[in-house]
Design a protein around this ligand. Structure first.
Ligand SMILES: [Mn+2]
Length: 241
């Protein structure tokens, strides 16, 4: 199974990306409605962490079946896989990080989620009018995207995967060196107050699952299309429909 996926350009509508969702699909839907997202022609790309923390983690499977929704695997999906398939896992940490809903599921249900989660690529690239856009959950272990691409296509190196899904180094160090061979790399994992660009790496997790807001980035223009933040600030607006 390839850990890498390439997605062809969307000639019909917009391609948008969003940061960590963490079970808050209700808030995400309201955000998509606010920007006039049209599922008939538009697509939504997720940098992973669909589950844990929010009230609708179990909806992740239905979302992953949607033809317009595409996601890479985040560390939270990886935690579920590790729990079921075996591997080093700090159960207390997993529970504290929102994994309770999963741990309490019957084994057969856990298996349904894990079988889907382990199909998710670690890395993805999307063709856009202005060049290739990469998606990872956390960060690239290599300064060259094509190196990571072939690594993920040929191998399943746990150290490479660890950086892709868990690293917070770039933000911590404020590293603005670009990832070569790609127009932009979109990541999540570490919450930021506003979308933050370091080099050509865009950090999209603006805490829509917590007390922040979801940010939607247009892949072709690299511009935010999210509704004005005032409209999303607490107290949250009640959905009109
Ligand atoms: Mn994460």
């Amino acid at each position: 199974m390839s850990r890498f996926r390439r997605v062809a350009a969307n000639p019909l509508g917009r391609d948008l990306a969003v940061g960590d969702i963490h079970g808050h699909f209700g808030r995400l839907v309201r955000c998509l409605q606010a920007v006039g997202f049209n599922p008939a022609v538009d697509r939504l790309f997720s940098v992973g962490d669909l589950v844990d923390r929010g009230p609708l983690s179990h909806a992740a499977l239905a979302w992953l079946d949607l033809p317009w929704f595409h996601a890479v695997q985040g560390n939270h999906e990886a935690l579920a896989v590790t729990y079921l398939r075996g591997g080093r896992l700090d159960l207390e940490m997993y529970h504290a990080a929102g994994g309770g809903w999963f741990l309490e599921l019957p084994k057969a249900e856990q298996r349904r989620f894990v079988e889907r989660f382990e199909q998710l690529p670690i890395g993805m690239e999307v063709e856009s009018a202005a060049g290739l856009i990469g998606l990872l959950h956390a960060d690239s272990p290599f300064a060259d995207w094509p190196v990571l691409r072939s690594w993920l296509e040929l191998d399943d190196d746990p150290e490479v995967r660890e950086v892709c899904q868990w690293s917070r180094r770039r933000l911590k160090e404020g590293d603005t060196r670009p990832v070569h061979g790609i127009r932009a790399l979109l990541v999540g994992h570490t919450p930021v107050l506003q979308v933050k660009q370091l080099g050509n790496v865009w950090h999209l997790d603006t805490g829509g699952w917590a007390s922040g807001h979801f940010s939607l980035l247009d892949l072709a223009t690299l511009e935010l299309v999210s509704p004005a933040q005032g409209a999303q600030a607490t107290p949250r607006p009640t959905p009109s429909a």
